[in-house]
Design a protein around this ligand. Structure first.
Ligand SMILES: [Zn+2]
Length: 558
């Protein structure tokens, strides 16, 4: 029996292509796009040239290619809104009437927008709509009849990207000469200009939607995601897409990902086996173990295999093993020439979020998420145990200082100061960590939190995270548990891997830490730079500000 039969998010394959079939008869609209319903656009410096505090319609000059780019979005069925800070109103530099005249001129030149959202305040007003606060993004999503996570915001400065992320929307930075280098470094998604941003939005939207269903029905699909818990969790949406198009899904994972595999909806059966060539500290390849794995995979009787990997891993050694196991439809991402090892060789540019990267491979293999299943991370409800009673009521902040890779862990002295500051501000803080992190969690929690080090397995941690008002964590598994629970994340993100690929996905997030630190893009497992500078400079005050931006207040509320 399917482990997740009760899960309403699991839809069977019968529905998936119903809309496509109907489209063939020329009557019904295509299914809702998987990723986005709407594009939100900053005004000054993004849509039109930035003329400070402009109240004169005659001075409106669109950026090059703006009209054609916006028309491409409209033609693709995306709704458009402008989200703009206009503190000139608060400062009396122009009137509301002048601003409306400017906006009328913008529409004359660039076409109609479905909504205009304006923050009239100044920084000193402390409103919740002036970017980087997320208020305008929430308001725009509401007015357009969608949710922030189904929006992508395009802007030219860090405030724009910050507002998008804090609402759980995607943010594209299109730098101009006024954009600061640190804003460019911190952004997870950067495009050279507005037309390029639009082209990439449409490309990503298209990439997760298969043009054709699988050529033959899939009875049993073998999906593969080796590596650690975080890797397995971010592959969840893609596995659900495969599950929607197959009668049975068997997941091959490694020992480090097993606990996460147990949490994924859509998986009927798990095979746990190490793939030594994937591991950062690889063991030798044992021919006998490989022969037995090949036999075991052959016994699955899969009529399709989809091999998910990170961008620096090769799917080809396993593809050969799968061929030897007799599987004759294999899909994987491969920049290396796969010869006859793959039937679907898929390629993805660098920088695409891992969940979307995997979804695009599922799409290339003929699968898409069914209508109603959002492309968010998700856990099986029946796999997460009840939260321990002694951790108190929901509404605490979880701080998880550790990581399997020390380069991505929060330095204990920084975590200690953060706990102290959070406690002083009235937050209840739970400090979590694995059994081998007890010394660190004890030391950190002593500053004013509750030490849960070693108390939970991954499922137990998921239960605790799910009732948090926010999680403060590096780039590691619990960040993805928070995303799966829709719990806001203060991401202490070491830039050893791209934030755009590995940042918390489709959940309100504030990124902290030095994104331009020398460890950037090194993929180092232990910090290659003396003093761990990317995270050692995080100020506890910034964590408090981040929680305020995420509307998480001390004293337990959210
Ligand atoms: Zn405001």
């Amino acid at each position: 029996m399917r482990q997740d039969q009760e899960d309403p998010y699991q839809r069977r394959s019968a529905q998936v292509y119903a809309a496509a079939d109907r489209a063939g008869s020329g009557s019904v609209a295509s299914p809702r796009p998987v990723l986005y319903d709407a594009v939100l656009l900053d005004r000054d410096g993004t849509l039109i040239e930035d003329v400070p505090y402009n109240g004169d319609p005659e001075k409106v000059r669109p950026v090059p290619g703006a009209r054609a780019a916006l028309d491409r979005l409209r033609a693709a069925g995306l709704r458009l809104a402008v989200v703009t800070n206009q503190s000139g109103l608060a400062r009396g530099y122009f009137t509301g009437e002048q601003m409306r005249a400017v906006h009328a001129r913008v529409e004359e030149l660039l076409g109609r927008f479905d909504a205009w959202l304006v923050c009239p305040h100044d920084d000193a007003d402390g409103c919740d709509c002036r970017k980087p606060a997320p208020g305008l993004v929430y308001a725009a999503a509401r007015e357009l009849g969608t949710t922030p996570s189904r929006c992508v915001l395009v802007g030219d400065i860090g405030r724009d990207v910050g507002a998008a992320m804090a609402a759980g929307a995607a943010g594209v930075l299109v730098p101009t000469p006024v954009t600061r280098p640190e804003e460019v470094a911190a952004a997870g998604w950067v495009a050279t200009d507005l037309p390029a941003a639009v082209a990439e939005i449409l490309r990503r939207q298209q990439a997760v939607q298969p043009s054709t269903p699988p050529s033959e029905p899939v009875r049993t699909a073998l999906v593969v995601r080796s590596d650690s818990a975080g890797d397995v969790l971010v592959t969840g949406p893609a596995i659900r897409a495969v599950a929607a198009g197959a009668e049975r899904v068997v997941l091959l994972c490694g020992p480090r990902g097993r606990a996460a595999a147990n949490l994924l909806p859509g998986v009927d059966e798990i095979i746990e086996h190490p793939l030594p060539w994937i591991d950062p500290a690889p063991g030798p390849v044992d021919p006998e173990a490989m022969r037995s794995l090949s036999a075991r995979l052959g016994a699955v009787g899969a009529d399709q295999a989809v091999v998910f990997t990170s961008f620096h891993q090769s799917a080809l050694p396993l593809a050969l093993l799968l061929r030897m196991a007799g599987i004759d439809r294999i899909a994987a991402i491969s920049d290396d020439y796969p010869g006859s090892l793959l039937d679907v060789r898929h390629r993805v540019p660098v920088g695409v979020p891992e969940p979307e990267r995997a979804l695009s491979l599922a799409a290339a293999a003929g699968h898409r998420l069914p209508e109603g299943d959002e492309p968010v991370l998700r856990l099986r409800r029946d796999a997460v145990p009840p939260r321990p009673a002694d951790v108190g009521d929901p509404g605490y902040v979880v701080l998880h200082p550790g990581s399997a890779a020390s380069s991505r862990a929060c330095p204990p002295e920084v975590a200690t100061r953060i706990v102290g500051a959070l406690a002083d501000a009235g937050h209840r803080v739970l400090v979590t960590g694995g059994p081998d992190e007890r010394a660190v969690t004890a030391r950190v929690a002593a500053a004013g939190g509750t030490d849960l080090g070693g108390r939970t397995d991954l499922a137990g941690l998921a239960a605790i995270v799910a009732d948090a008002s926010a999680v403060v964590v590096g780039n590691t598994g619990p960040a993805h548990l928070a995303a799966a629970a829709g719990v806001p994340v203060v991401s202490l993100f070491a830039p050893t891997v791209p934030f755009g690929q590995w940042g918390p996905y489709r959940v309100p997030t504030v990124r902290l830490g030095d994104a331009a630190a020398p460890c950037r893009d090194t993929r180092a497992a232990s910090c290659p730079v003396r003093g761990h500078p990317c995270l050692s400079g995080v100020d506890p005050g910034d964590v408090l500000d981040a929680l305020r931006t995420l509307a998480v207040s001390g004293g337990g509320g959210r």
